[in-house]
Design a protein. Structure first.
Ligand code: NAG
Ligand code: NAG
Ligand code: NAG
Length: 396
């Protein structure tokens, strides 16, 4: 019986070690490497965000890299690591990284920088612009060179999905150069916006919703309301950046997966635009749908599934507790009914006269007074999204 004591102690030590938390910013060793290899001006450290601006890197020259390194790309106004205990939409990759460390990954194998201003007050100004794509591309290149590995994995969340898809595909659009497909083992998109956002349908005037590099969902046959699509239709004239991305056959990696939720308060009910999931990635190998997760949960609570996808190339089809997997629609969550009239009138007042994006002059304008009587159920999800949008809390 005495012999059991040391192994219990050992277990305790091991579990303490494996509960290790990732800390930012980039390790001094990686910082020095970036400095010496021409990356100083990229400021991948993001010291303006304290220790939350970045993470990853070896402790010293001798630390071995065993697991395939993973690059994480956050969404709109989010950052590499959690900003503080209260900012709901700025939770960073802390919880995900903790899962990976529990599975034996080290900080030398997990990498992120912050690509945007990380200010929720600026969320409505954020777009899929080349500046961000180039920054993400350069960070991926730096991690590949620094870790000296032939392939990495990439996990993006929300707006970070399409940005990093473009970064990997390369091409002339942002003068990116050749595709990095051969250097990416698994590309995993979490709650991405690849086919637009219904909230933006009549809000093209808002920068983040614009029809060039914003989330504008375009139009779809005879269907007039994106969030309440009555029949199958072909989506056209959605924002150019997304359209070019989806029509480019270059792959994002050898294995491509996407996760999303039916209860995503930002992407809308079912995470759909015009009846099809906006988080899907063309030519993906597989996907997983959660029923109960909110937008940030798809990043923060799915670490165990993320590891299976990028390391084992397998999707675990069991849902999380409280979930109830797979939308056959029967157990979709009930959406709360907010103050519709206030939201819709303040939201749509801002859109009046400007709701039709400049470069889509032939789009039909919504006949506002007709909506409530016709589409009250879709108004719930539109108004939920508008609430986020007009509180300046839109995070993608
Ligand atoms: C990178 O890896 C290759 C083999 O995979 C090795 O030959 C080379 O020395 C490594 N370079 C550095 C800087 O460690
Ligand atoms: C994903 O599809 C590609 C071919 O398009 C294939 O090479 C790869 O093995 C597939 N991955 C999985 C996990 O099935
Ligand atoms: C939908 O899924 C639920 C739970 O998974 C199941 O009980 C129900 O029979 C399914 N309905 C249809 C029409 O497939």
């Amino acid at each position: 019986m005495k012999a059991a004591i040391p192994s219990v102690l050992l277990l305790l030590i091991v579990s303490t070690l494996s509960a290790q938390k990732i800390t930012g910013p980039l390790s001094p060793h990686f910082q020095q490497w970036l400095q010496a290899n021409g990356y100083a001006s990229n400021d991948f450290i993001r010291g303006d965000l304290g220790s939350s601006g970045s993470f990853g890197g070896r402790a010293d020259e001798n630390q071995k890299i065993i697991n395939q390194p993973v690059v994480f790309v956050h969404g709109n106004s989010d950052l590499a690591l959690q900003k503080d205990a209260v900012s709901t939409y700025q939770t960073g990759w802390d919880q995900t990284a903790a899962f990976f460390m529990k599975e034996g990954y080290t900080a030398a194998e997990l990498y992120a920088t912050t690509w945007g201003p990380a200010q929720s007050s600026q969320a409505l100004q954020q777009t899929y612009k080349c500046e961000y794509v180039l920054r993400i591309r350069r960070f991926i290149e730096a991690v590949l060179a620094y870790t000296n590995t032939s392939k990495i994995d990439i996990i993006g969340h929300s707006m970070g999905v399409a940005l990093s898809r473009r970064a990997v595909k390369g091409g002339s659009e942002c003068n990116l150069g050749a595709a990095l497909t051969d250097r990416v083992d698994t590309f995993l998109g979490l709650a991405g916006v690849n086919y637009g956002l219904c909230t933006c349908q009549y809000a093209g005037i808002i920068t983040t919703c614009n029809a060039n590099d914003g989330f504008f969902p375009g139009q779809c046959g005879s269907q007039s309301i994106c969030a309440f699509t009555l029949q199958e239709c072909v989506q056209t004239q959605y924002a150019t950046f997304m359209q070019n991305l989806n029509e480019d056959p270059t792959k994002e990696g050898e294995n491509i997966f996407a996760f999303w939720s039916n209860n995503d308060e930002i992407l809308g009910q079912g995470s759909k635009a015009f009846g099809k999931v906006t988080a899907r990635i063309p030519n993906m190998n597989g996907s997983k749908t959660y029923n109960s997760l909110k937008h940030m949960d798809v990043k923060d609570k799915t670490g165990a599934d993320q590891i299976k996808a990028v390391r084992d190339h397998v999707i675990d089809m069991t849902d999380l507790p409280g979930g109830g997997l797979q939308g056959n629609g029967s157990n979709l969550p009930t959406w709360s009914l907010p103050d519709l009239s206030g939201l819709i009138s303040s939201g749509l007042a801002a859109l009046q006269g400007g709701g039709r994006p400049e470069n889509r002059p032939n789009l039909p304008m919504l006949n506002l007074p007709d909506i409530p009587s016709l589409f009250s159920s879709s108004l719930q999800s539109i108004s939920d999204s508008l609430k986020n949008l007009f509180n300046g809390r839109l995070i993608l």
